[in-house]
Ligand binder design. Structure first.
Ligand code: HAM
Length: 416
């Protein structure tokens, strides 16, 4: 018998995991260049962090959390998202603000699994803590956009909205609840339940879209401050060359947002799962967790969906630059030394650890998706190796030094 991964989870192996590695590296590199330090924090947290942070009325807290009591009787939840815990960690550290943090790791939500909707899924994200300037919103949105460009995701749309500050949110909520109460009987069961718990969420119900015409929108209740902030964000995005689409219906599913909210939509995916990332400003979250006032903005991007949207055609990075083929056993130490030197020269290189025929080693090089095979054989005596381009079948004899081999591979096998 073989065990399958639990429902809604995946084992991700090569070649798919190569695509993952490439995407994760691009994010890590870009976040570092924008000045975001790494944060590592527990995969589980006190349930209360999410109840207070994400919001009791949200689907995430009501229906989707993996919550259990540990052996000490504490209520523990596997993190369904990052932001609440990042703010908790920041408050616990007593660190100075502003602080720019990036993370990467699995999140857990008990959802109905389908393609792009998993029970364990991977998010990368950034949180810019302690800054209320619209420039921070622009930087965060731009960083996400540059990331999708860098990985080559086509058909990306940045959707933007503002929910206003707490006072405008409260006024909007009141008007919305009254609007929804009048139409209660026409609404779906989910929406009826949400009138009391999370009325904002009814606005992005796909099922009830047609019945929501004329519903009060957050934008109609904005304070002057919120309007100014939003205009500065849109101006900043224009300066940054980040195209966006305004979507007054965009409210996001988590309670902590104020002012700017945004989503990255992959237009090539099914509408139900086409948000490949989302985020916004959450100026009140630190206080909801019992801390001081910490204005902040951030995003999380869903790697499972991103890899899905990239599709099978996007080339997985070749696994190895070169595979060293040992033609005669007495030169094993030389071959091992060559592998070591090439790795030190930043090439991805491997060889077979046990004695195998040359034919078997070439097969292994193919199976491992190496770009080149380097044969260590008799030509070593003359200071050479034979190097074969495995996709083009071309062969050359070049000096056996790491520098010559690296130069040859980097020139795409053109130098002799
Ligand atoms: P979120 O919209 O709940 O926001 O999730 C962000 C992204 O994670 C989604 O756009 C989607 O790509 C991915 N995602 C969410 N759930 C699943 C799932 N079940 N399966 C696969 N992918 C999924 C947040 O989590 C906020 N923490 C974003 C944020 C950061 N706001 C401020 N800072």
């Amino acid at each position: 018998m073989t065990f399958r991964p639990p429902k809604g989870t995946d084992d991700i192996l090569p070649p798919d995991s190569r695509r993952w590695r490439r995407v994760l590296r691009v994010f890590d590199d870009l976040a570092e260049r924008y000045g975001y330090d790494l944060i590592i924090y527990p995969v589980f947290d006190s349930t209360e962090v999410f109840e207070r942070g994400v919001g009791e009325g949200t689907d995430v807290v009501q229906k989707e959390m993996y919550t259990f009591h540990d052996r000490g009787g504490r209520s523990i939840t596997l993190r369904p998202e990052a932001t609440a815990s990042v703010v908790r960690a920041y408050l616990a550290s007593g660190s100075q603000i502003p602080m720019k943090l990036a993370y990467s790791g699995p999140m857990f939500r008990y959802e109905r699994p389908q393609a792009g909707r998993r029970r364990q899924f991977w998010q990368v994200g950034v949180e810019y803590l302690g800054e209320d300037s619209p420039q921070a919103d622009v930087e965060v949105i731009e960083l996400g956009y540059r990331f999708y460009r860098a990985i080559g995701l086509d058909g990306l749309e940045v959707q933007l909205n503002t929910l206003g500050d707490p006072a405008s949110r409260a006024a909007h909520r009141e008007a919305l609840v009254s609007f929804l109460e009048h139409r209660r009987d026409d609404l779906s069961e989910d929406s009826r339940r949400r009138i009391a718990t999370n009325p904002l969420r009814v606005l992005d119900s796909k099922e009830d879209r047609s019945k929501l015409e004329g519903a009060p929108m957050p934008v109609e209740f904005l304070s002057t401050d919120s309007i100014d902030h939003y205009s500065a964000v849109t101006r900043g995005l224009e300066h940054a060359g980040v195209p966006y689409v305004e979507n007054p219906q965009l409210v996001r599913g988590l309670d902590y947002y104020t002012r700017t909210v945004f989503e990255y939509i992959a237009t090539g995916l099914d509408a139900a799962q086409n948000a490949v990332g989302g985020g916004g400003r959450y100026d009140q979250l630190a206080e909801a967790l019992g801390g001081r006032h910490v204005p902040a903005v951030g995003f999380s991007l869903g790697i499972d969906r991103i890899v899905l949207a990239l599709g099978e055609d996007s080339p997985p990075a070749t696994a190895l630059d070169a595979f060293v083929v040992l033609a005669d056993e007495p030169r094993r130490e030389l071959a091992i030394g060559l592998v070591r030197d090439l790795r030190a020269g930043k090439l991805r290189v491997d060889m077979e650890p046990g004695a195998r025929s040359v034919k078997a080693q070439f097969k292994a090089a193919d199976r491992r998706r190496a770009q080149m095979a380097i044969v260590v054989g008799d030509e070593w005596e003359a200071g050479d190796v034979t190097i074969r381009d495995l996709s083009r079948g071309r062969e050359a004899r070049i000096p056996n030094t790491a520098a010559a081999i690296i130069g040859h591979i980097q020139s795409g096998g053109e130098s002799e």
